[in-house]
Each structure stands twice: as structure tokens, then as C-alpha cells.
Design a protein around this ligand. Structure first.
Ligand code: NAD
Length: 314
């Protein structure tokens, strides 16, 4: 797996190990750290390889499946790392596909709802081609993923690789970084620190929020199936940013208030997956309620912030 030390990747490593698999996790900690996988390092079926996927991939022995997750994923990260993001999506995906082709392994690209850009249809179905600004700041991510999708399909057609694409919609859960800039960790951090929760625009823009355990289940099922996709994975249930902020204030028991701030450029108004394909092809749909997921996430972020505070004071 590439990007296995990241937020989703570390949960996927745990799931594959729990199912009896051997896992080789390739990561260069560009947007993560050892702390996400430290608890796995002594596991007899876990191997870690510190490596940039753009430099080529080598794995000793047979490989059944290549999950390709390596890429900066949060807007804060990809706007800060534009060239690294384009390279991970292009050269990185190419190398991961070459590895799959050379090992006769299955391949799964974790693409994104951002492939749809600022969508003009709602909810988004897989046959919608999207509304992407190819030269805007977010294009480094959107277009890299769209190129990765095209490359994956080309390997499927011309190299006979059992390669698949999923488009992941907003996913949340434990091990998100408190500073990754996404709405949930930002709101939780602000609520725990008693600061105002900064909601962008008028707060009516919505996101659909899928809990990471459900997402990981979808990735495993997609890899095991025959279909090449793309298949949307996410929660069809939408939450407005204003509602989410209020919810987090309530669950953290915070006395913080909500503050409206300007919206970033190209920030999509709404995104909601149509998951009919995932339901029909994989029998998959998210099971965890947003509230349960938020509770787990708050516990994890709060312990991370406490650790950071004690290191800061130590
Ligand atoms: P993350 O930033 O936590 O994880 C990405 C991992 O990739 C990190 O461990 C990072 O160090 C690694 N990485 C980046 N560039 C690399 C390189 N060149 N070589 C080796 N490792 C590299 O992000 P995440 O949220 O876990 O996302 C995982 C994947 O899922 C990404 O491909 C992302 O685009 C996709 N995705 C995530 C979401 C979401 O809501 N989290 C939504 C859509 C798509």
C-alpha cells in the first residue's frame, strides 16, 4: 500500500492485518508521521518502507494487491505542496500501476469527489464528467487525480491490469491531523481550545461525511470485486457547515461561538455522492452515524492536542 502511514491508509493497514493479510506500507511521511503506524511496527505481517512513490517502487516477493493512496489530500496540504501533489498523482500513480502490472496484482486508485470540481449536478453520479477549473489553485489535486483515473483506466484496457478507481467523498475519523485545515479537525480544535469556530461563507455549503471504518470497508470490497469503476464511496447524508459547527460545540461541551469568515477560491458549494453503484455492485453503504463518528474523532483529536501541549511544555 502506498500512503499507508496517512489517515485513511493507517486504518486500512489495520483492517488488512486484522483480516490476516501481509502488508507492505510505503510512505515518505510527506503529510503524516510515524505516530500513525508506530503501533503496527512490531506486527509480524507488517513491513514499512520509507520511500517516495515518485522514485519508483520495489517490493520483494509476490504482491496480490496494490492500494495506491499516496498523495497530499487536504486542501491545506495540496495548496502548500502543489508540485509534490501533481507528481504523486502522475509519476506516483504510474509507478504504483507498473508495480501492479509487474506482479500481476490488482490495483486500486483512491481518487476523489474533487474530480467533479464544483459540480453542476447534485448528487454526483459516476457518469458526470465534472466542472473543474484546470488552472485554479485546487487544480493541482483535481487534475492530478483525473490524470490518475485516466492512467488507471488505460492500464486496465491496454495492459490487462485488474485496476480500479474509487472516488472518495469527505471522510473523517481518528488520526486526522488537528492542523490539516479540514472542517472537522479545525472545528474540534477550536472548540476544545475555547476559540470561535470559523465557518466559511454563510455556512450553508454542505459536505457529506463518511466515517473512516466504513470507508476502509468500501476500499477492501472494491479491491476484491471485478468492477473497474469509478465507483463513488461516501455518505449520501449532507450536513451544512453551520450545523456541523453547532454539533461539535455541543459534543465537546464547549462555550465557543461561531464566526463567519470569507470562503476560499473554488470551494465547492455542495457535494453529495450518489452511491447507487456502490450499493448495487459491492453491497456497500456506510453504517456509522455521523454523531458516533464525531465522538470517536473528538476523543482522538483531544488526546493528540494534549500530547502536543505536553511536548510543548516539556
Ligand atoms: P493523508 O495525507 O493522511 O495520507 C496520505 C499519505 O500519503 C501520507 O501518509 C503521506 O505521507 C503519503 N504520501 C504523500 N505523497 C507521497 C509520496 N510521494 N510518496 C510516499 N508517500 C506519500 O491523506 P488521507 O486523507 O489519508 O488520504 C488518502 C488518500 O485518499 C489520498 O490519495 C486522498 O487523495 C484520498 N482521498 C481522501 C479523502 C478524505 O476525505 N480523507 C477524500 C478523497 C480522497
Amino acid at each position: 500500500m502506498t500512503g499507508g502511514a496517512g489517515f485513511i491508509g493507517s486504518h486500512l493497514c489495520e483492517r488488512l492485518l486484522a483480516e490476516g493479510g501481509d502488508v507492505v506500507c510505503v510512505d515518505n511521511f510527506l503529510t503524516s508521521g510515524l505516530h500513525n503506524i508506530e503501533h503496527l511496527m512490531q506486527h509480524p505481517r507488517f513491513r514499512f518502507s520509507y520511500r517516495d512513490v515518485c522514485q519508483g517502487l520495489e517490493v520483494d516477493g509476490p504482491v496480490d494487491a496494490v492500494f495506491h493512496l499516496a498523495s497530499p489530500a487536504s486542501p491545506t496540504d495540496y495548496l502548500r505542496l502543489p508540485l509534490e501533489t501533481l507528481r504523486a498523482g502522475s509519476a506516483g500513480t504510474w509507478n504504483a500501476l507498473d508495480l501492479a502490472a509487474s506482479k500481476n496484482a490488482r490495483f486500486l486508485l483512491t481518487s476523489t469527489s474533487e474530480s467533479y470540481g464544483d459540480p453542476q449536478i447534485h448528487p454526483q453520479t459516476e457518469d458526470y464528467w465534472g466542472n473543474v477549473n484546470p488552472v485554479g489553485p485546487r487544480s493541482v489535486y483535481d487534475e492530478a487525480k483525473r490524470f490518475g483515473e485516466a492512467l488507471t483506466m488505460a492500464y486496465r484496457r491496454s495492459r490487462d491490469v485488474d485496476a480500479k478507481v474509487v472516488r472518495i467523498f469527505n471522510t473523517f475519523g481518528p488520526r486526522m491531523r488537528p492542523d490539516d485545515g479540514r472542517a472537522i479537525p479545525t472545528f474540534v480544535r477550536q472548540a476544545l481550545e475555547g476559540k470561535p469556530l470559523t465557518v466559511t461563507g454563510d455556512g450553508t455549503q454542505t459536505r457529506s461525511l463518511c466515517y473512516v471504518d466504513d470507508m476502509v470497508g468500501g476500499l477492501v470490497q472494491m479491491m476484491a470485486g471485478e468492477h473497474g469503476g469509478p465507483v463513488n464511496l461516501g455518505t449520501p447524508h449532507e450536513v451544512s457547515m453551520l450545523h456541523l459547527a453547532g454539533w461539535i460545540i455541543e459534543l465537546t461541551g464547549s462555550s465557543s461561538e461561531i464566526q463567519l469568515v470569507p470562503r476560499p477560491q473554488d470551494d465547492p458549494e455542495k457535494r453529495r455522492p450518489d452511491i447507487t453503484m456502490a450499493r448495487e455492485l459491492l453491497g456497500w453503504e456506510p453504517k456509522t452515524t455521523v454523531e458516533r463518528g464525531l465522538r470517536e474523532t473528538i476523543v482522538s483529536l483531544s488526546s493528540r492536542l494534549n500530547q502536543e501541549a505536553s511536548v510543548g511544555h516539556g
